[in-house]
Design a protein around this ligand. Structure first.
Ligand code: ATP
Ligand code: AMO
Length: 464
């Protein structure tokens, strides 16, 4: 009999000579004459070449007639090819097919081909130089047919890397005594202030989708959980289409009681992300290679101990470089990108924290510095010059909290229960929020957040 096997497990040393049964997608079919066909079968990111030959050629003709992406079963014996294809995701063995069944037929004219969706810019340039006529498959079209697009080796790798990011986040925090929580996503008011909120009707009462777990993760700390984390959806009614904003993304959030200083939060960020980057480089080498084949990028430069820079120092570096910035204002995207370059050139890292932001540019719940309230106990973290994390110590004095909310035009009535939480005894605390899709996008230098969201929701896209 034939034993079921995974394509990825078909290694020359262990598999040669074995009789196996494999189910996969018919990625490519090539007929050679009337009696032989080569069928490339794909399972996840792994592919194997199947040789269909022998008999009167009926099976080879059936194989040649299979539509691409049809799901087929092959049964046969594993053999070693004369010239294995190296440097791809293709296995170094072949299957000499003895039985072939089509399990699910794909339509003959797929809206996009996996091969086109998998092209790198270099592939396109090379094909054009060779005079080939390519059907352009842009990002929008690939996203319209995401189910097919997701089958490329790079996409298979991206979401495996994303899973590891989430996994390391949980593992490191669990090992440091944090408890995973789930906060409500239906809220009576906005949690971050500002207009980027999706409004809805909650049984006749105005409500909105959570812009962050901010208020409730703090309330969990007030509820006696000293260290909490959450992995969950975050909804933002972002109006403008950018390469780094989604209307729904996955938030990785942390909140913790503090002993002395908000630098304790920065310490957690430091340990967590250095462990995460180390883990990805060590355990996801195959995936990172697959991503690099389609989207070339340089490995992220980071230090063993993450650089912490004061906002004032960042401003000074920008001004010295001739960039016009307001020392008490926020940095725009361009200035952040520029500062990323300056920091990389001066300190040799593309991952750093910018601390002590001016209070005026931070959310209402941010703790002002005790030595100078014009500045705040807050930080952002950057990868390749773009923000992946915001964090801070929070105000745990209810009067100051209400005053800061009011000063920013927030109706304190809508957050009364939150403000009241700090009237029943509340420890000093702080935390941070990370965008999962941004971590993967920036670690892999992908340039567009839609590439790291399984089924992205941007201002124009609500399907598939
Ligand atoms: P859009 O044109 O919609 O902005 P995009 O931003 O995805 O699309 P690029 O960044 O230039 O365009 O290319 C990204 C991918 O698009 C490539 O990896 C490739 O898969 C595909 N692609 C680009 N040009 C072509 C082409 N001429 N033929 C086939 N595929 C292409
Ligand atoms: P902030 O609003 O900066 O902070 O969000 C935290 C992190 O979430 C990611 N992010 C996004 N990712 C994709 N699409 C978006 N539209 C988007 N908006 C934000 C970014 C960002 O760094 N409550 C605070 C966090 C805290 O202080 O704990 C907050 O929400 O990676």
């Amino acid at each position: 009999g034939y034993a079921w096997a995974d394509v990825a497990s078909l290694e020359p040393a262990s598999a040669a000579g074995r009789a196996v049964r494999v189910r996969g997608a018919a990625q490519a079919v090539r007929a050679v004459g009337r009696r032989v066909a080569f069928l490339v079968l794909r399972q996840g990111a792994a592919t194997v070449q199947c040789v269909v030959s022998g008999g009167d050629g009926g099976m080879a003709r059936f194989a040649a007639g299979l539509s691409r992406e049809s799901v087929v079963d092959v049964a046969g014996v594993v053999s070693l090819p004369r010239e294995p294809v190296r440097g791809t995701t293709q296995q170094l063995v072949e299957i000499q097919v003895e039985k072939l069944h089509c399990i699910s037929r794909a339509v003959p004219n797929l809206p996009i081909s996996v091969a086109a969706a998998a092209r790198s810019k270099e592939d396109v340039a090379r094909a054009k130089a060779a005079g080939e006529q390519l059907v352009h498959v842009g990002q929008d079209k690939r996203l319209d047919y995401r189910v097919i697009d997701l089958r490329t080796a790079a996409n298979q790798a991206i979401f495996r890397v994303q899973c590891q990011v989430e996994n390391v986040f949980r593992q490191v925090l669990l090992s440091e005594g944090f408890v995973g929580i789930h906060t409500p996503k239906l809220l009576g008011g906005s949690s971050e202030g500002g207009a980027a909120v999706f409004k809805l009707d909650y049984n006749g009462q105005p409500a909105c989708l959570a812009q962050s777990p901010q208020l409730h993760k703090q309330m969990a700390v007030c509820g006696g959980f000293e260290r909490v984390f959450e992995v969950g959806p975050v909804f933002r009614a972002e109006g403008s289409d950018t390469h780094r904003h989604l209307c729904e993304f996955v938030g990785l959030d942390v909140e913790m009681a503090l002993r002395d200083h908000y630098s304790e939060v920065c310490d957690v960020v430091d340990r967590l992300f250095v462990a995460m980057f180390d883990h990805l480089n060590k355990n996801c080498a195959k995936e990172l290679e697959a991503i690099q084949r389609q989207y070339p990028f340089k490995p992220l430069k980071y230090l063993e101990t993450t650089l912490r820079l004061d906002y004032d120092e960042g401003i000074r570096m920008l001004q010295e470089a001739g960039v016009h910035v307001d020392p008490m204002g926020d940095l725009n995207t361009e200035a952040e990108k520029k500062l990323g370059e300056l920091v990389r050139d001066k300190y040799g890292t593309e991952f750093y924290m910018l601390c002590r932001y001016p209070s005026a540019v931070r959310p209402f719940y941010t703790m002002p510095c005790s030595d100078d309230p014009r500045y705040s106990c807050s930080f952002d973290v950057f990868v390749r010059g773009e923000e992946i994390i915001s964090g801070a110590q929070r105000v745990h004095d209810p009067e100051l909290l209400a005053a800061q909310a009011e000063a920013r035009g927030i109706d304190v009535g809508t957050i009364a229960a939150y403000v009241d939480s700090f009237r029943y005894g509340a420890p000093p605390h702080g935390g941070f929020g990370v965008g999962l899709e941004r971590v993967v996008m920036l670690f892999c230098g992908l340039g567009n957040i839609r590439k790291t969201s399984l089924f992205p929701r941007d201002p124009r896209r609500l399907a598939p």
